[in-house]
Design a protein around this ligand. Structure first.
Ligand code: AMP
Length: 521
């Protein structure tokens, strides 16, 4: 078996790796590091949890250990699709480079340009950034990419989902063609293949654990339930979720609960809080400071339930998560693997529960087809007979409007909400006293805006005014990019939308006056 000491890493890097407690390289590290140290481009097909971050960070540090950074000219560039992932790469860098004198800067939205500019001015060895923020710095003339010796693109498939590929192409073109490139993606979509053909030079292709693989240490269970009425699905699902959490008792030390839509992340978090659960939401519409605080709380155990969207939680490395709940069946089968991979990490045991209603059948079939086996079924808990649609009224205006067309009675009386509280006597370990119901109407969330609002493009940004509110605009722009992906996943192109969000239009009927020719006078 290969050891880290066999990999020709810089002794200072080796020392840090040993201190991090790693005994042997993971398969992606074992395959990628030797090629990377030989100076070859690497095309890594690997998902999060495989040790891929160290597979490019360790050779990167080894390569940069000699040489010095020059002002405004970073020597290497690591691009990640989200702020959280970029921050995570930066944390990894800090661990592995602790015995070197290498410097880094993290360019992500939500941090003021001024602070980041200062670091770049001094000269950094490693620049870790999200693509939009990097280009913003570049356009402000604060950054030169002509000194980049190594460029890393992490999670390229997510970049594709989020519409970042044009930015990535542009950044590639701003760096010297002599650079070494490490390019990582969980899947090889044709567009990703195209980019790698264009910008990688004779890469060593290394591939580990196919996407459809779920860890053996994760116990997966599917709970199918049939709502009593379609318009009560959301409220009844919340009841099922609460009962599942409670039925796990102390075994559930913490959990990530996934929803498909950001707006539901908010509503579910609020509802769980109202029921005494220690829950907080995380998604792309929240302020960076709030996101960081929430994640830190979840990592250090002061927050027990993290309600998340796929984008926000993707790739996050939180070692001890006892449970993952799929409040919604993911509409993209590969997200199932990513979601449940948040638990059962590093050899620990984990449980992944998925709640499905009949409308999820086709997504479920896709997941089971990908896994090539059916998910084990569990018996869904019996619903509280007194449960009423109560806080269903918290859903955003758009959904309510559609439902009201379908003659739903609005029911947002606090008394009904109280009836929805858990009936089991054992409270969650850190349950807080049940608070009074909050305002029953949630604020509309940006992600729910018309698709055109969520779409953003680099050229548009370039025409934005400079200075003044620019930071704020860029920040929003970053978030909108997160949204863009969520919108697409939610069916932005007309796919996968839930019934409540369908646009009601004219169907095939075109009014006669629209078909008449104009008469010139
Ligand atoms: P990643 O796929 O980069 O997100 O890494 C997933 C987790 O594996 C992180 O917590 C790393 O700290 C950990 N890790 C990376 N390499 C190793 C290794 N060789 N041995 C044990 N754990 C590792």
């Amino acid at each position: 078996m290969i050891k880290f000491a066999d990999l020709k890493l810089d002794p200072k890097v080796l020392k840090a790796v040993v201190e991090a407690g790693y005994e042997t390289p993971t398969p992606i590290q074992e395959q990628a590091i030797p090629h990377a140290l030989e100076g070859r481009d690497v095309l890594g097909i690997a998902q999060t949890g495989t040790g891929k971050t160290a597979s490019f960070t360790l050779p990167l540090i080894t390569r940069l250990a000699r040489g010095r950074a020059r002002a405004r000219m970073p020597r290497s560039l690591v691009l990640a699709p989200t702020r959280e992932l970029a921050a995570q790469v930066a944390e990894n860098f800090d661990i592995y480079a602790k015995y070197t004198k290498l410097t880094k800067a993290l360019l992500i939205g939500g941090v003021s340009f001024g602070e980041q500019d200062k670091l770049i001015d001094r000269g950094v060895d490693v620049l870790i950034a999200t693509p939009g923020r990097l280009l913003d710095h570049f356009e402000r003339g604060k950054l030169l990419l002509t000194g980049v010796e190594v460029m890393v693109v992490d999670e390229a498939d997510r970049m594709l989902d989020m519409g970042f590929i044009p930015d990535i192409e542009r950044i590639f073109n701003l760096t010297p063609f002599t650079r070494q490139t490490f390019f990582y993606s969980a899947t090889m979509a044709p567009e990703i293949e195209r980019i790698t053909n264009m910008f990688l030079s004779n890469p060593a292709r290394v591939e580990v654990a196919r996407q459809a693989t779920t860890s053996e240490t994760i116990e997966q269970t599917l709970y199918e339930f049939k709502p009593s009425r379609k318009d009560r699905t959301f409220a009844e699902k919340r009841d099922v979720l609460r009962r599942l959490i409670l039925s796990e008792g102390d075994a559930c030390t913490n959990a990530i609960i996934f929803c498909n839509r950001k707006v539901d992340v908010d509503v579910l978090a609020k509802s769980l809080k109202q029921h005494g659960f220690d829950a907080a939401p995380i998604h792309g519409d929240l302020d960076q400071s709030v996101r960081t605080r929430t994640l830190d709380g979840f990592r250090d155990g002061t927050l027990k339930y993290l309600i998340a969207s796929d984008v926000a939680a993707r790739g996050l490395d939180i070692p001890a998560v006892s449970h993952v709940f799929n409040f919604d069946v993911p509409s993209h089968a590969e997200d199932y693997v990513h979601r449940i991979g948040r638990t059962g990490r590093a050899g620990r045991k984990g449980k992944a529960f998925t709640i499905a209603s009949p409308s999820d059948d086709k997504y479920l079939a896709a997941i089971e087809h990908m896994l090539q086996r059916p998910l084990p079924r569990g018996e869904a808990p019996t619903l509280d007979p007194q449960l009423d649609s109560g806080d269903e009224a918290q859903r955003p205006a758009r959904s309510r409007t559609v439902r009201s067309r379908r003659t739903e009675k609005p029911a947002d009386k606090p008394a009904e909400m109280a009836a929805e509280s858990p009936v089991k006597s054992e409270a969650p370990a850190k349950a807080k006293p049940e608070p009074k119901p909050e305002s029953t109407v949630a604020q509309p969330v940006v992600a729910e805006a018309a698709p055109s609002e969520a779409v953003d493009s680099a050229p548009a940004r370039r025409h934005e005014p400079r200075g003044g509110k620019r930071d704020e605009m860029v920040e929003n722009h970053d978030d909108r990019r997160d949204d863009r992906r969520d919108n697409r996943r939610d069916g932005g192109r007309g796919r996968n939308r839930d019934d409540n969000s369908q646009v009601v239009g004219m169907g095939d009927h075109v009014p006669d006056f629209l078909l008449r020719a104009f008469k010139t006078l």
